[in-house]
Design a protein around this ligand. Structure first.
Ligand code: GAP
Length: 490
């Protein structure tokens, strides 16, 4: 039988070891929705924490925020999502498969284009010539229905009865919660431009095509920074954030050869962006595909100015309570002094800040870290699967085993476990041959394992076996905590 692709191996490992399961699996599953199992929940939390630590905790120019998923519909009117956040889709006349127009190729199996989403008008549909495009499902050429705009935001209703029911959207990005709170953060903290606001949270998009396990799903988690700076300093900050975010992946052990930047072409830029670059990862889909891991954009002052227009439009909103029937008011003539402007005490200047936005996906990062860490090797003629996670991402930091289940060894191992578990995520295991127990931890990505043996009773030492070098150190139990802190860098 042909060897499965690496992604299939990873999906199988994730299911087998409790990293990631299909959502609602007992009912046949729900397409493109996934649940994180015991190991996956730890991995995901570690990815979130590593992001938060470097962008909020370790920097003194960024503060955190945690906004609600449901927001006032005017937020999405002002941001442009209510009118334009849609994909252009078409349906194959032969097999009825629905495909995004920007994903159609002229040759079967051609390289997929990179775009995530493009803001479109229904009018744009007419301009697409699909006569040479190939249906990715049945291979028929040029037989497509007229493209249509497919809205990407999930709708829901708020309110107890018909009269006060309001249509809301599940947020498609966390960024707008940050813009909507820009004034609150300025007024309630001591931040001064340049500064950033960071947020991690769930976003929802009714994607036309989902893709490759947790790569593109309809519910996902984003980690976004909106970094506010003085116009004119934006290019410098854009460069700073490019380097800072690229290094974050490298510092967490991602292989440099699997990461690259891809600048967006001018005609690919969103209407609000002056520049945009993707950090791409070489994901193992099909023949090996560079795909977006994170986007870094110079959004200029677009969002804050749009929300100033939104605030000016509120009286009209009270009349219809329906943003789809509403026209945003034009900008005030003195928009530069508007409610979302900033007064610089030092230079005595007022301006609407420019924004640099590094926007990462937590689930997509988890997938990239899983792919990057995955390895197969051989120990003493036996094949092993191993996840070579960076220690700070590893779901379990150390496994603790008594060599045998007798002679007082389990008691000593349990005591070590009780001693360490307050500091590190540990796993106690006394079942089966010790080699098999090592193998199980290797597959979970545990950086090292501690074994209590006969000698431990005599000299209070244990062996610590390294997942990658397989080297075994003899360590005194009294020194274990410090030894592990040093070894794992935690
Ligand atoms: N605020 C900007 C923004 O949302 P984006 O490029 O649409 O930009 C940023 O999304 C990141 O969010 C992507 O680089 C990706 O990591 C993640 N992301 C976007 N859509 C996703 C989806 N459907 N499934 C998983 N992750 C997604």
């Amino acid at each position: 039988m042909a060897k499965l692709t690496k992604l299939d191996d990873i999906v199988a490992l994730c299911k087998r070891r409790g990293f990631i399961y299909q959502s609602s699996e007992i009912y046949g599953g729900l397409a493109s929705c996934y649940d994180y199992g015991p190991l996956g929940a730890e991995l995901k939390r570690n990815v979130r924490n590593a992001w938060w630590k470097t962008v909020v905790q370790m920097r003194d120019d960024i503060v955190g925020l945690d906004c609600s998923i449901l927001m006032h519909p005017m937020v999405w009117k002002a941001s442009g999502h209510a009118d334009k956040f849609a994909d252009l889709v078409t349906v194959c006349k032969k097999c009825s498969t629905r495909t995004r127009v920007d994903h159609l190729q002229e040759k079967p199996g051609g390289q997929q284009e990179h775009t995530e989403h493009v803001a479109i008008d229904a009018e744009e549909a007419k301009e697409h010539n699909l006569s040479k495009k190939v249906c990715p499902s049945c291979g028929t050429v040029g037989q497509f229905n007229k493209p249509m705009a497919f809205k990407l935001m999930f709708e829901t209703q708020m309110g107890a009865n018909v009269d006060d029911t309001m249509t809301l959207w599940l947020r498609p990005e966390t960024a707008q919660g940050i813009f909507a709170n820009f004034r609150n953060v300025l007024d309630s903290t001591r931040v001064k431009v340049p500064f950033g606001i960071a947020q991690i949270g769930k976003s929802f998009r009714n994607e036309v095509t989902t893709k490759a396990f947790i790569f593109r799903t309809r519910e996902f988690e984003q980690a976004e920074i909106e970094f506010f700076c003085k116009p004119g300093t934006d290019e410098e900050w854009y460069k700073h954030w490019k380097d800072f975010r690229f290094n974050w992946y490298l510092n967490l052990g991602m292989k440099k050869e699997n990461l690259r930047f891809r600048d967006h072409d001018k005609d690919e830029l969103a209407h609000y962006a002056k520049a945009c670059v993707d950090v791409e990862y070489k994901f193992p889909f099909g023949s090996g595909d560079w795909q977006e891991l994170e986007g870094i954009a110079n959004r200029q002052d677009f969002d804050l100015r749009q929300h100033q227009r939104g605030m000016r439009t509120m009286n009209a909103w009270y009349e219809t309570r329906d943003v789809t029937k509403l026209q945003l008011k034009d900008e005030a003539e003195d928009w530069i002094k508007g409610p979302l402007s900033y007064f610089d005490e030092e230079s005595k200047e007022r301006f609407v800040p420019y924004v640099i936005e590094p926007s990462a996906g937590i689930d997509r990062s988890c997938l990239a870290f899983l792919v990057d860490a995955y390895d197969e090797d051989e120990i003493n003629g036996e094949q092993r699967n191993v996840l070579r996670f960076h220690p700070s991402l590893a779901p379990i930091k150390t496994g603790i085993f008594p060599l045998v289940k007798k002679d007082g060894l389990p008691e000593i191992a349990r005591n070590i476990y009780d001693e360490l578990k307050g500091c590190f995520a540990c796993f106690y295991d006394e079942k089966g041959a010790v080699g098999r127990r090592y193998r199980r931890q290797d597959e979970a990505g545990t950086p090292c394992c501690i074994t209590v043996d006969g000698q431990s009773k005599e000299d209070q030492t244990v062996t610590v076996r390294d997942r990658d070098s397989l080297k075994q150190d003899r360590v005194n139990t009294a020194q274990l905590k410090n030894y592990l802190r040093d070894k794992l860098g935690l």
